[in-house]
Design a protein around this ligand. Structure first.
Ligand SMILES: [Zn+2]
Length: 103
């Protein structure tokens, strides 16, 4: 999932419009999160969050009418210090990505 801008959704608010049969799924480490990718091009589409399995993280590049370049600033979370791995379930921020379009 490196490099993807993801938004949060829930199963009942999420519909795959086409290509569901092309998705592959993998789990690793704690095997809680389900990561879904396109079998053809490898793009990450969405995942069931390990920090909250009732939520989905959805790649904004896969959402109709939304571009990753619509976001001028994106908070980057520190995946090395996952909220599920510390007793307080704290989320750590690694930094902020900024996009500045050419005038
Ligand atoms: Zn694809």
């Amino acid at each position: 999932m490196r490099g993807a801008i993801a938004v949060t959704s829930t199963d009942d608010n999420f519909t795959i419009l086409e290509g569901a049969e092309q998705l592959a799924t993998y789990r690793f480490n704690t095997r809680t999160a389900e990561h879904h990718f396109c079998r053809n091009c490898g793009i990450y589409t969405h995942h069931k969050r390990r920090s909250n399995p009732d939520q989905l993280g959805v790649n904004v590049a896969c959402l109709e009418g939304i571009s990753p370049f619509d976001f001028r600033e994106v908070v980057v979370y520190d995946g090395q210090r996952h909220p599920g791995d510390n007793p307080a379930h704290r989320t750590y921020t690694a930094g902020t990505l900024t996009f500045t379009p050419v005038e």
